[in-house]
Design a protein around this ligand. Structure first.
Ligand SMILES: [Zn+2]
Length: 434
């Protein structure tokens, strides 16, 4: 029932800022749309090899006498935005950036795909992609492509290619975005009570070998992080998409969505390198923390904690012995602002949107958690058992919660904590309070 609440807040926000309150028509809109609550609606996406760069989407809305159509979510990082035209029983709807109340039996629109780049897909770009080969596959994201119908409790998104069909619940606007792969499905795996479906561009045997390692990694991460999953959450499935990327492209990465993530597998002229397996599993571990964890953290911790646990999980399961601290030692010379503290980075990103601080947050941030964990382990403890203590409102402001700091001091000693805090969190000029 999160969606109706979200919708109400959204509308009241519009009322106060854009439309002026008190207009009878606008006040009635939420109620009018609210009368027609349907249990579910399905968006049917039909993909075809004949026209791989566009797909038709339809939704049966005949059980709704009128409904509010909300524009697709937009992501500022997604370049070359496409604006589909929506048709309500063949009548075009001018859906700009505001919701519209409409009435029709069927909604119809098209979504568009970019060709897979020659050097491989960049997951962080989060675009709709097609690999238009003799065995085509598609990557669908909701950005600028899938609108929402207000007050419909469960919308499903089903993609069909020939005989292959698969459906996913459409996340609500307070959840991560929808990512879906079609056409390159490899295999299903079981992860405790979860079903994990792997979509992959990797060679089959290699993907299977890596997937078995990933299952172990994610089981460990599930033990450490307070999870989003609850018995009332009826979507017990994950979708993983592993995409090859040529090293010469200069970058690789991953992206987490709703119960799903994408990660790159590095290649050189189509062949794996010595570091390809570890990089894929490290990105996968990092992204899966985003999917698993329900902790609400400030930016610096939101990225540094998954990054540290990606290293730790691979170390623990003997996949790779590079530690987060070693990685930071190797990379800090070329990391911008490497002398700045994590709290300074947080401030620069939050207040000035200075994204040049991001590498520092990942590198120095992961090294910070590594130092804390090492100190705890020297005292017979482990950071794993401290993670749930980070779940505090105070932390969302940016700095570690006082109770967490006190707890750490008890675990590693005041002097050791002061040193780590001064090395990583505080600006050089800032004295460490006793
Ligand atoms: Zn991340």
């Amino acid at each position: 029932m999160r969606n109706p609440i979200q919708t109400t807040l959204f509308l009241s926000g519009l009322c106060s800022t854009l439309w002026g309150c008190g207009s009878l028509t606008e006040q009635q809109q939420p109620n009018e749309a609210g009368k027609n609550i349907a249990d579910t609606t399905t968006y049917n996406i039909t993909l075809s090899a004949d026209n791989p760069y566009a797909a038709r989407v339809t939704a049966d809305t005949s059980t709704l006498t009128s409904f509010e159509l909300q524009p697709p979510r937009s992501n500022q990082r997604v370049e070359n935005k496409l604006h589909p035209t929506f048709y309500c029983d063949d009548k075009p709807i001018a859906l700009g950036t505001q919701p519209r109340t409409v009435s029709c039996k069927q909604l119809r629109w098209s979504i568009f795909f970019k060709p897979r780049p020659e050097l491989g897909v960049n997951p962080a770009a989060q675009q709709n992609i097609v690999s238009a080969t003799s065995s085509p596959w598609w990557l669908i994201t909701e950005w600028d492509s899938l609108p929402r119908i207000a007050n419909v409790k469960g919308t499903q998104v089903c993609a069909t290619f020939g005989k292959e069909q698969h459906c996913k619940p459409f996340p609500t606007t307070d959840q991560p975005p929808l990512f879906m792969s079609v056409g390159n499905q490899l295999k299903e795996y079981s992860l405790g009570t979860l079903d994990v479906t792997l979509y992959s561009e990797l060679e089959k045997e290699k993907a299977d070998e890596l997937m078995h390692k990933f299952v172990e990694i994610s089981q460990y991460l599930y033990e450490v992080f307070p999870s989003n999953d609850s018995p009332s959450d009826n979507d017990n499935s994950w979708e993983l998409t592993w995409l090859t990327k040529e090293k010469s492209s200069g970058h690789y990465g991953g992206a987490a969505g709703y119960h799903s993530f994408m990660a790159n597998y590095l290649q050189e002229n189509g062949q794996p390198t010595a570091e390809s397996d570890a990089i894929l599993l490290r990105i996968s571990a990092h992204e899966s923390v985003h999917v698993i964890s329900r902790l609400k953290l400030p930016g610096w911790a939101e990225e540094s904690l998954p990054q540290y646990y990606a290293f730790k999980a691979l170390n623990k399961l003997s996949v790779d012995d590079m530690t987060a601290l070693q990685f930071w030692q190797q990379t800090k010379e070329k990391t911008p602002h490497s002398q700045d503290s994590l709290y300074q980075a947080e401030q620069q990103i939050e207040e000035n949107h200075d994204m040049s601080y991001f590498p520092l947050v990942y590198g120095k941030g992961a090294a910070f958690w590594n130092e804390v964990d090492n100190a705890l382990q020297r005292n017979g403890e482990d950071l794993d058992s401290y993670i749930s203590q980070l779940d505090q409102q105070e932390f969302r402001e940016g700095k570690l919660p006082t109770a967490f700091e006190t707890s750490l001091q008890n675990g590693i000693g005041v002097k050791a904590w002061k040193k780590i805090k001064s090395d990583y969190l505080l600006a050089n000029s800032e004295p460490v309070a006793s």
